[in-house]
Design a protein around this ligand. Structure first.
Ligand code: SF4
Length: 750
């Protein structure tokens, strides 16, 4: 382990860089390590490659992997990851609550904890049936863990109640890709960032949420005077520092902006008719319509009308549409500002529309690239289908052929997998509160901190029997756990992560787990076997065996990564699928002849949207719709929430690192100077936010990052659980909650 002095020296540099929002090179810790083990950063969906320095069986250092996409660069969170392993706060023994929720968690043996957990699950399965048990997983779990849990629940227990926190962040992006292109996951990669001449960034504070990607965009911007950056965000975040245009639209009006851009592009004949005429269909609801119908639909979105809705200048809407269309290659980037909305899928569709209309797709630098929040939401949950409506590799529960394909592959009788979807996250926690779901296995996530409308949904945790795998004692959800299994953390075990750009990369085991912690695949297998799941159904010795089964699952479909063997992952720093053979180098440009191995070499067209039966992507007519809650006379401000650069999610990891904790010790509320003046609020004053759910007092940061009428708070601080303030209305299609917008009162606290 690094000495305190070495650590502080390195950390000071990292925190200094943090203030500037600039990722760092170099190594953190004792660089005299005996060995360097390859891995992936544990935090965000950028998926940076790391090398972990090990000496005498301890992790002592970290540096960026020069051979991965991040080319040796890490942000400060990644640079300070090693001390998290040895945090005092690690959960290192199994615990149970022997006498109900009000009794304390007590340390016990693994045998006692497993028996306690499985006795209860066995009782519920026997008395109430499979729909009374659930698995709630995570975009931070390893791919092998999510695949295994999905198989155990859907194929073993015959319960489709498998959902997870990607429902809260990426479900709308999945819905967007699935509806527009027929298959999930983006067609572009990070290489597009080096080739784009226009970046359209909407609903993403890339500089704080994906710092290494932001650095790459900034580098591209510096490399050529031709490159334009447009940032559309009601907040003037750090990301807008490199913007040529910052569009500060009224919160929740982005659908109007996107349709307004489409209107200008079509009106000014900047659309690429040869592209959309050949490769696209147009659709309103379930009905096919024509391009002329689409043009008529766009008449409601003249720049003047959109200016009224969004608060932007009509000229700016025209200018941004022209810049988007006229660049030689436009990349769009978006994240939770688009996804966490009651019309998140529609907003995703409207971004895709702009690319399909202009033909900015399928060329280097021209792509709609949705950014992912967690390190393995793509690979671990979206690809393996560990959500209530999905099955592995793009299959869906509602399709009998898909169910049969999975049953055949898993070697179980046809009809084993129930034909009804399980419960999506919000419905699951409601069912727990109502006593319909009686026992839940929560893996690698902290819903008591991160669900919206927490006062409502912690009732589910209070009511149901909760088994939790966890690495840190500080996790809020442990307050409700009946059983806590200590989980091996990060490089204490091995497994594959799949990041934003379809890149699978391996974290190898570098050190032994702390205390009595165990790899989660071992925990899940032990748990399942005690509940009668046949050894032949889960015959794995380790995570590598699970990867082998999963890799072969995809030998014949559009999610083909048969060629990504464990041996290759050990040698290479990540491989992007499709990758059908062990000699294939991986794919940058999906759906493109000569680039994507799933497009036949002799295909007559250079683009082949093979995800759709008619091989055409869909331009959807999606009208503007306001958010679930808007500011009104009673609650006159809009509250939005998000990340800060030095804390991650519920801070169970970053909160253990003093340097990161010092940079952001607590949640706070940003308020515009005009509003602050009217309300008599000064920097550092205590401010009360009150919504229709709850109220809370936070310290004020008076700043013009927020436009008048808008306040922002991060959500990492467990002592100020701001998600109590949020409503839980969900997108009609994706069932993703609208975290980003609710109405609030603001006043100076006495
Ligand atoms: S950008 Fe994300 S993945 Fe990369 S080092 Fe930072 S937190 Fe880790």
């Amino acid at each position: 382990m690094a000495t305190r002095r070495e650590f502080i020296k390195g950390s000071a540099a990292a925190v200094a860089l943090s203030v500037m929002g600039v990722p760092a090179f170099g190594a953190q810790g004792d660089t005299q390590a005996d060995t360097w083990v390859k891995g992936v950063c544990r935090y965000c969906g950028t998926g940076c490659g790391v090398l972990i320095g090990v000496r005498d069986g301890r992790a002592v250092a970290i540096k960026g992997d020069p051979n991965n996409h991040n080319q040796g660069v890490l942000c400060q969170k990644g640079m300070l990851l090693v001390p998290v392993i040895y945090a005092k706060d690690r959960l290192v023994r199994p615990h149970i609550r022997k006498n109900g929720k009000s009794s304390p968690l007590e340390p016990v043996s693994w045998e006692e904890a497993m028996k306690f957990a499985t006795d209860k699950f066995a009782q519920v399965l026997k008395e109430d049936g499979p729909n009374a048990v659930a698995y709630y997983g995570s975009g931070q779990a390893l791919t092998e863990e999510s695949y295994l849990a999905n198989k155990i629940w859907k194929g073993g227990f015959k319960s489709n109640n498998v959902d997870g926190n990607p429902r809260l962040c990426m479900a709308s992006a999945v819905g967007g890709y699935m509806s527009t292109f027929g298959k999930d996951e983006p067609m572009g990669t990070y290489d597009d960032l080096d080739n784009a001449t226009c970046f359209f960034i909407i609903g993403s504070n890339t500089s704080e949420a994906h710092p290494v990607l932001f650095q790459r965009i900034a580098k591209r911007k510096q490399s050529s005077s031709e490159v334009r950056v447009i940032v559309a965000d009601p907040r003037r975040t750090n990301t807008s520092r490199i913007a040529d245009m910052h569009l500060s639209f009224k919160p929740g009006t982005d659908l109007a902006l996107l349709n307004g851009m489409a209107h200008v592009i079509v009106r000014d004949e900047m659309d690429n008719y040869r592209f959309h005429g050949k490769y696209c269909t147009f659709q309103k609801g379930d009905d096919a319509v024509t391009f002329d119908d689409y043009k008529a639909f766009l008449q409601d979105y003249t720049p003047e009308k959109v200016a009224e809705i969004t608060g932007l200048a009509a000229d700016d809407i025209v200018k941004v549409a022209h810049t988007f269309a006229q660049s030689s290659a436009t990349t769009s980037l978006w994240c939770m500002g688009i996804n966490q909305r009651t019309r998140g899928v529609w907003a995703n569709n409207l971004i895709h529309n702009l690319h399909l209309l202009t033909g900015h797709i399928g060329r280097p630098g021209a792509t709609p690239l949705s950014l992912t929040g967690q390190p393995n939401a793509c690979g671990g949950v979206r690809d393996v289908g560990a959500l209530a409506h999905l099955l592995p590799a793009g299959r869906v529960i509602g399709n009998q052929q898909h169910r049969n394909e999975v049953e055949d592959y898993w070697g179980i009788p046809r009809g084993s997998i129930p034909d009804k979807m399980g419960l999506h996250t919000i419905a699951l926690f409601e069912a727990m509160a109502e006593g319909k779901v009686k026992a839940v296995f929560i893996h690698c996530t902290n819903p008591a901190h991160t669900l919206p409308h927490l006062n409502k949904h912690t009732k589910g945790l209070q009511t149901a029997f909760v088994v939790q795998t966890e690495a840190f004692m500080s996790a809020e959800t442990l307050k409700y756990a009946d059983v806590a299994f200590p989980a091996a953390f990060w490089c204490e075990t091995d497994g594959v992560y799949g990041c934003t750009e379809r890149r699978y990369a391996l974290t190898e085991q570098a050190i032994k787990p702390q205390g009595e912690a165990r790899p989660c695949v071992n925990i899940l297998m032990d748990f399942a076997k005690r509940l009668g799941i046949d050894e032949k159904f889960i015959p794995y010795k380790n995570a590598e065996d699970i990867w082998e089964e999963w890799r072969k699952f995809n030998e014949k479909g559009p999610y083909n990564f048969f060629g990504i063997t464990r041996a290759r992952l050990r040698k290479e720093s990540g491989i992007k699928w499709p990758c059908p053979s062990e000699t294939h180098p991986g794919t940058n440009l999906r759906y493109v002849r000569g680039k994507d191995p799933l497009v036949p070499a002799n295909h007559p067209d250079p683009i082949f949207f093979y995800g759709k039966p008619n091989a055409k992507a869909t331009v959807f007519l999606r009208p503007y719709a306001p958010p679930f809650e808007t500011a009104d006379a009673e609650y006159p401000f809009v509250l939005t929430t998000g990340r800060v650069i030095d804390q991650w999610h519920s801070a169970t990891m970053t909160g253990t690192v003093p340097e990161l904790q010092r940079a952001y010790p607590t949640n706070f509320v940003e308020i515009n100077p005009e509003d602050a003046k009217k309300l008599g609020i000064r920097n550092g004053d205590k401010v009360e936010l009150e919504t229709r759910r709850d109220k809370m007092v936070l310290p004020a940061v008076v700043t013009d990052v927020c436009m008048p009428g808008l306040v922002f708070t991060p959500f990492f601080d467990k002592n100020l659980l701001v998600n109590k303030l949020l409503h839980d209305a969900v997108d009609a299609v994706s069932k993703e909650p609208e975290y980003k917008i609710c109405a609030t009162r603001v006043r100076k606290a006495s």
